[in-house]
Design a protein around this ligand. Structure first.
Ligand code: AMP
Length: 455
């Protein structure tokens, strides 16, 4: 199955693939095509950038017969508005020569009335974020009783965002007899639960496990003592405009994103996105980065996951991520489609253990770069770096996108003062919820801890 010819797909799809210029299926496409086409439940563990979207779209579209029935037969759930838009776009490209009715629905500024009209006009495939989809199902405009195939994309993020209840609610509306297809970049205990609870003997394929860095990405790391020194080093590295012509910088929390933008000397070349920015601002920032108007995009993990931007030269982890898997997600943004990419990781003393976790997950030691002599080491510390406020859970603010967790994509005023207070409360909740990263191996660690406590 290493050529599209082996797929024996219908001519209309074949022509669309030819237009895209794809020469051969990616490994996840090779692994999933026949299983999904055969109607079996399927779990794909694949990162963004592996061609996972087409991996489920191709067999689904191959099997989709022309129909004028009003109620959709395929339901695709995705965690973010950005991802919904991308999936719809890919469907539209692939169905250029077919007659397929598709629509994407999501919350926020998008008008629910217009979405209701689109649904009412009849659809074959509906793609949406869980909350908006559930609202449409509740209002009876969207009937899910004809769904034959359910796809949940980026399950790990979906569960991270707290969509568990919404998913269960949506499942209630679906016919019991259906095909379930799950895609996730990482395995977590939640993903496992979902598989156990809702899938029937699924076929599981793992492609480029999250612990395996992509071959096309060169990696390097710098030990940097604090925020301001990290900013100095970044200013130094980014001077090389040729090597770093499209740079995605990851920070652990939104306060860092804004503060870092102020510290960088490249005014006019920087865009910032995080959940407190309004949707319009986020869309504009992404567009200007995509077009190359701004060379540098500063983002938090959660917000950056749904973005599909090509030709990123460099991914810089300004803060070491708390979950080692997130590092893999981050670097997966570069080195796409056969292009060479570069990943640079900054870590301070407190982040050193997290860096070790990343390296052991990848089973790879990231090459170390000496701190350049010409860069100034700052003595100045941020309030969080001062010893008295050291908080071992500070990294959990990485998930501080409370507006997304609690409120999908509802518009949020950038001037919302309340955000600060919410951020604190949310931080506490996350502390309680995630005592340890939710990975399989940690289950054992957590159990060990519990056991020790009892003794
Ligand atoms: P995804 O992992 O679905 O986010 O896809 C990453 C990128 O790979 C998208 O821009 C796709 O258009 C592209 N892609 C998907 N399948 C192929 C293929 N067989 N050959 C080349 N590029 C592909």
């Amino acid at each position: 199955m290493d050529s599209f010819e082996d797929f024996k797909i219908r001519t209309q799809l074949k022509n669309a693939i030819a237009d895209l210029g794809f020469e051969k299926p990616t490994p996840i496409q090779q692994e999933s095509y026949s299983t999904i086409l055969a109607g079996k439940d399927f779990v794909g563990i694949a990162q963004t950038g592996t061609g996972k979207t087409m991996a489920y779209l191709l067999p689904i579209l191959q099997d989709l017969k022309f129909s004028e029935q009003a109620h959709p037969r395929v339901l695709i759930l995705a965690p973010t508005r950005e991802l919904v838009i991308q999936i719809v776009e890919q469907i539209e490209i692939l169905t250029e020569y077919m007659s397929v009715r598709v629509a994407g629905v999501f919350g926020g500024s998008n008008n629910i009335k217009a979405q209701k009209r689109t649904v009412d006009a009849g659809l074959d495939i509906i793609v949406g974020t869980p909350r908006r989809l559930y609202d449409l199902a509740l209002s009876n405009v969207l009937r899910l009783s004809a769904i034959k195939k359910l796809v949940i994309d980026e399950v790990d993020i979906m569960l991270d965002f707290g969509y568990k209840t919404q998913l269960r609610n949506i499942f209630e509306y679906l016919p019991a007899k259906r095909q379930n297809i799950l895609f996730s970049a990482t395995m977590t205990t939640y993903v496992d639960e979902l598989i156990d609870g809702f899938l029937i003997n699924p076929v599981k394929k793992t492609i480029s496990i999250s612990g395996t860095p992509l071959d096309t990405i060169s990696q390097e790391k710098y030990a940097v003592p604090n925020f301001y020194t990290k900013a100095n080093l970044l200013n130094h590295l980014l001077d090389d405009r040729e090597a770093h012509h499209k740079v995605l910088i990851f920070v652990a929390r939104k306060s860092h994103a804004d503060k870092l933008a102020e510290e960088l000397k490249f005014e006019g070349e920087i865009s910032v996105i995080h959940s407190s920015k309004e949707q319009n601002h986020r869309t504009r920032s992404i567009e200007s980065f995509e077009k190359g108007t701004s060379r540098i995009l500063i983002a938090t993990d959660v917000i950056a996951r749904g973005i599909d931007i090509e030709k990123i030269s460099t991914v810089i982890s300004f803060d070491t991520p708390f979950y080692p898997e997130n590092y893999i997600h981050r670097i997966g943004r570069t080195g796409r489609a056969g292009e060479q990419g570069r990943s640079i990781l900054f870590y301070n003393e407190k982040e050193s253990e997290l860096k070790d976790d990343i390296e052991s997950l990848m089973n790879y030691t990231i090459p170390f770069n000496a701190f350049p002599e010409e860069v100034e080491v700052s003595e100045e510390l941020t309030p969080e770096e001062l010893p008295k406020v050291v908080d071992q859970f500070a990294h959990l603010q990485e998930e501080d996108d409370a507006s997304i967790v609690g409120n999908a994509f509802h518009e949020k005023s950038a001037k919302n003062k309340k955000a600060k207070a919410d951020e604190k409360a949310y931080h506490q909740t996350m502390k309680k919820k995630y005592k340890k990263p939710l990975r399989r191996g940690d289950k054992i660690q957590n159990m060990k801890k519990k056991h020790k406590k009892r003794k």
